[in-house]
Design a protein around this ligand. Structure first.
Ligand code: ZN
Length: 184
């Protein structure tokens, strides 16, 4: 169920409805703003806020490929996993909007090739980093959208940079590089 959210600037008149172009535009818009845009009754492109918490299914269990994940990564119950359009979260069902924004980037990356994505993610730390940077960026963007306090934003950015530079993600970059990568 989507509900009308904030509209950014003046609605843009859609000149011709080009579904493929529109989908690409939607993806970019969502990444930038955290809003999922649609077309309103007047044919204007507007930003509709998706009830992200309602539309993302959170399963309180381990993901189907947990054994493969365990073989490579130091997994704990606190971790959450994107798999086939669902978030698997063994220890809790109430995930923050920031975490959901993060996992939704992984859904987009996985597309229809969920198992292949996971194979590459586990086998290649460099690939893992290329997938985690945009996910962490989206998480940070979502936090900044919900919290305008600069100090708390920096605090959140630092916690993300600690996570991104930790062994969980292969220790591919250090803390400072992670800060820079997430802030963009
Ligand atoms: Zn991730």
């Amino acid at each position: 169920m989507s509900r009308r959210g904030q509209v950014f600037g003046d609605p843009v008149k859609a000149p011709e409805f080009d579904r493929r172009g529109f989908e690409g535009w939607r993806q970019r818009w969502w990444r930038l703003t955290g809003f999922w845009p649609g077309v309103d009754r007047l044919g204007h492109l507007v930003a509709l806020e998706v009830g992200i918490l309602e539309v993302t299914e959170v399963v309180q269990d381990w993901p189907p490929n947990i054994e493969a994940i365990r073989a490579v990564l130091p997994v704990t119950e606190r971790n959450i996993f994107a798999y086939g359009g669902k978030i698997y979260s063994p220890s809790r069902g109430d995930l923050s909007r920031e975490l959901i924004a993060h996992e939704r980037v992984h859904f987009q990356q996985q597309g229809d090739l969920v198992d292949l994505w996971w194979e590459m993610f586990l086998a290649d730390p460099e690939f893992r980093l290329t997938q985690e940077i945009p996910a962490h960026k989206a998480e940070y963007t979502e936090f900044c959208r919900n919290c305008k306090d600069r100090n708390r934003q920096v605090e959140y950015l630092r916690s993300l940079a600690r996570r991104l530079s930790a062994p969980m993600y292969g220790g591919m970059i250090d803390f400072k590089q992670a800060m820079k990568a997430i802030r963009g």
